[in-house]
Design a protein around this ligand. Sequence first.
Ligand code: ADP
Ligand code: GN1
Ligand code: MG
Length: 374
Amino acid sequence: MENDIEKDQNIIKLANNFTITGVIGGIKPFGSGHINDTYRICNADKNEPDFLLQRINHHIFKDVGALTDNILYVTNHIKNKLRLIPGADIDKQVLTLIKTGNNLFYHKDENGNYWRMYRFMQNTKSYDVVTTTRQAYQGGLAFGNFQTMLEDVDASKLTEIIPDFHNILFRLKQFEQAMSEDKFNRVKDVKPEILFINQHADGMAEIERMGKAGQLPLRVTHNDTKFNNVLLDENDVAQCVIDLDTIMPGYTAFDFGDAVRTIINRAPEDEADLEKIQLNMPLFKAFAEGFLSQTVQYMGAAEIRSLVKGVLLLPYMIGVRFLTDYLNGDVYYKVKFAGHNLQRARAQFQLVKKLEENYAELYAIVMQTVNDNK
Ligand code: ADP
Ligand code: GN1
Ligand code: MG
């Protein structure tokens, strides 16, 4: 077993494959993402930036070359636009990948793991739970502006890195497969959750149906807009959207819905006490105001109507994915304890119930915000 010192030395060795400036002063495991392993590489030279080293989960992102090309394409597109905006600070507002000594943007180590490095965004914070309307509004601005920046991207330049990522019909098929295999004999413990999934399946396919019927424009979306994927500065002003692994063609309702999933909930994503899962409407309103102020000018009526459907769909779909992973033996998401994925799924389904009860109010807030922004 590798001890901590050996592990740290290994991380330093990996970091030295990249063309970093300054001198490595220390390393720290960083962030609370469920997919990649992230380390902050602290610079001993205070005139130079810190860096962020990530082990890319290549079991999930199987084509690391295409993944990297997507990120480069999108970040360069945004940088070119920012260059035209007086006062924009490119280093702060968009992620920058750092090259290796071999002129690549990722490094494959001797164990077959893939690593990449970003410039670290100094003096920023990410939040797993949102508490103020200022944070929520700023998140709305950031994700809305991000979509608008990418409005003119030619989607054919991007690889669909995880096909059907937000296709609920595909996710339900994966769930059914996991149920029929029942590798860990867990199906017997999740009967109420199975019932909930089945009762909602048809209604949750509405966005897919609207898309297939040509009612929703396919845009370039982020597809992982949980709130901790936006960095805020020390004054809680949005600075940068991060976690660009899942940028692909998608519907606006996906990004709107996933952000709301993590903003409107007063409790964490994996709250065990379902009583604590309550809606914070002022945060929803603030997020909607920020997001729509950036996007409403080019959205059509059906697309606007789809937004609140996305608010129900995303916690449902992510609940289905957590439960599928639970049945499969916790192979996709990082878990902190046995039953973590089940707890996460239950929390997401409870959130869906609360959102359903308040659907009319959510819809009214969106419509009011749209009118205010016209
Ligand atoms: P994951 O896919 O595992 O969620 P992320 O790319 O979101 O990985 O990174 C995990 C966390 O690391 C983020 O939530 C954020 O707190 C932090 N982070 C990521 N990139 C940067 C960066 N360039 N500068 C500062 N912090 C960052
Ligand atoms: C994962 O990487 P992270 O933790 O930001 C997942 C998302 C889920 C989210 C649930 C590539 O996001 O789709 O919504 O967990 N990312 C991937 O918290 O599957
Ligand atoms: Mg993340």
